[in-house]
Design a binder for this molecule. Structure first.
Ligand code: SIN
Length: 334
C-alpha cells in the first residue's frame, strides 16, 4: 500500500503536492479547483495589510524555460482577503484539503497585522512571505535578506496568531541556512523554500526590458537546481518541515525535492504555464507509480536520501519528464 500523505506543522496533506502561492490568486473557486484536481494543499495569493494595485502590465512572461513575473503583490488587503479565505476554507474543508493563507508586509508590525487578520478565516497554515523580489520593504531590502529581519518578521507573525506559520525564504542570499536557522529560532513551524530569483529579460530589437517593472522573479524549470540546493541546505540546518518549491513539474522532480529533504513539494509554474491543473494528478500518479515499482511504501523512505549519500553518482539523472504508467498503481481519482 503506497502512502503519499505527509504532515506539515501538524497538518495532514493527503499527498505532498502544494499549489504554490500566487498561481490562482485567492479566488475560492480556483483554489477548490486545484484541490479537486489533486493538490494535497493549496496556497492563496499573498495579501498585505492594505490593498495593493500591483505593477503595470506586462507583469509576467513565459520565456520558454519558465516564467518571469513582477506582479507587485496585487491584493485587496488583508480584510477583504480574509473574506475570500473564509469562503475558500468552506469549499476546501469537505474535500479534506488544507488551506494555506499567505501574508506579506513592508514593516514588522504589518506582519502582525496581516497574520491577525487572515487568522479570522481559520486557514490551516499561514505562509509568511518575506521574500517577494518585486516590492521594496520599508527598510530597503527583503526581510528574507538578513537573519535579524527575517526573525523579526517571523516573531511578529507568530505573536499575532495561534495558526502554525511557514516562512517563505529567498534564494537571493549568501547563506540561506543562516536565514532558516534564524526563522526557526524565532518560532517558525515550517519553511517554504524557495521564492523566485530576481532576473530580467530584454527585447533585443528595442533594447527595452520586457516587464514594466524591468526586473521580475524567475520560476519554473530554470530554477530547479537552485531550489534543490537551497532545500538541501535548509533541511540540513533546521528540524522543521520544508515545502520544497521551484521547478517541480513531474514525479521525478518531486522525488528529487523529497530526496534533498523536503517534506512537501510546491507546484506553481507547471500549473500556470504547461500542464494546468492536470499537473497535480499526473505528478501524484508518477510519484505513486515510481514508489510502487520499487516497493517503497511511504515518502519517509525517500526523504533526505541526498543527505545520507556519501558521494556523487556517475549516472546522470534521467532527463525523462514523463514516467510510464506502472501496472498496479491505482490512478488518481480526481
Ligand atoms: C509578486 O506578486 O510580485 C510575486 C510574489 C512573490 O514572489 O512573492
Amino acid at each position: 500500500m503506497t502512502d503519499l500523505s505527509v504532515i506539515v506543522a501538524g497538518v495532514r496533506f493527503a499527498n505532498p503536492l502544494v499549489l504554490a502561492s500566487g498561481i490562482w490568486g485567492t479566488t475560492p473557486e480556483l483554489l477548490e479547483r486545484a484541490a479537486r484536481a489533486g493538490a494535497g494543499a493549496v496556497t492563496a495569493k499573498t495579501c498585505t495589510p492594505a490593498p495593493r494595485a500591483g505593477h503595470r502590465n506586462p507583469t509576467a512572461v513565459d520565456w520558454g524555460h519558465g516564467l518571469l513575473n513582477a506582479m507587485g503583490l496585487p491584493n485587496p488587503g488583508a480584510d477583504e482577503e480574509t473574506a475570500l479565505l473564509a469562503e475558500a476554507r468552506r469549499r476546501l474543508a469537505p474535500l479534506g484539503v488544507p488551506l494555506i493563507a499567505s501574508i506579506a508586509a513592508d514593516s514588522v508590525d504589518g506582519f502582525a497585522e496581516a497574520a491577525a487578520a487572515v487568522s479570522r478565516a481559520r486557514p490551516d497554515l499561514i505562509e509568511v512571505n518575506i521574500s517577494c523580489p518585486n516590492v521594496a520593504d520599508s527598510h530597503g531590502e527583503m526581510f528574507a535578506a538578513s537573519p535579524r529581519a527575517a526573525a523579526q518578521a517571523t516573531r511578529a507573525a507568530k505573536g499575532a496568531t495561534a495558526i502554525p506559520c511557514l516562512v517563505k525564504l529567498s534564494p537571493q542570499v549568501y547563506d540561506i541556512a543562516a536565514i532558516a536557522r534564524a526563522v526557526a529560532e524565532a518560532g517558525a513551524d515550517g519553511i517554504t523554500a524557495i521564492n523566485t530569483l530576481a532576473g530580467m529579460l530584454v527585447d533585443a530589437e528595442t533594447g527595452l526590458p520586457v516587464l514594466a517593472n524591468r526586473t521580475g522573479g524567475i520560476s519554473g524549470p530554470a530554477l530547479k537546481p537552485l531550489a534543490l540546493r537551497c532545500v538541501y541546505e535548509v533541511s540540513a540546518a533546521v528540524g522543521i518541515p520544508v515545502i520544497g518549491t521551484g521547478g517541480v513539474a513531474s514525479g521525478l522532480d518531486a522525488i528529487e525535492m523529497l530526496s534533498v529533504g523536503a517534506t512537501a513539494v510546491g507546484v506553481g509554474t507547471a500549473v500556470a504555464v504547461s500542464s494546468g491543473d492536470g499537473a497535480f494528478a499526473r505528478i501524484v500518479d508518477e510519484l505513486g507509480g515510481w514508489m510502487l515499482a520499487r516497493g517503497i511504501e511511504h515518502l519517509d523512505e525517500l526523504r533526505g536520501r541526498a543527505h545520507r549519500a556519501r558521494g556523487g553518482t556517475a549516472v546522470p539523472g534521467t532527463r525523462e519528464t514523463r514516467l510510464p504508467p506502472v501496472p498496479g498503481w491505482r490512478p488518481h481519482e480526481g
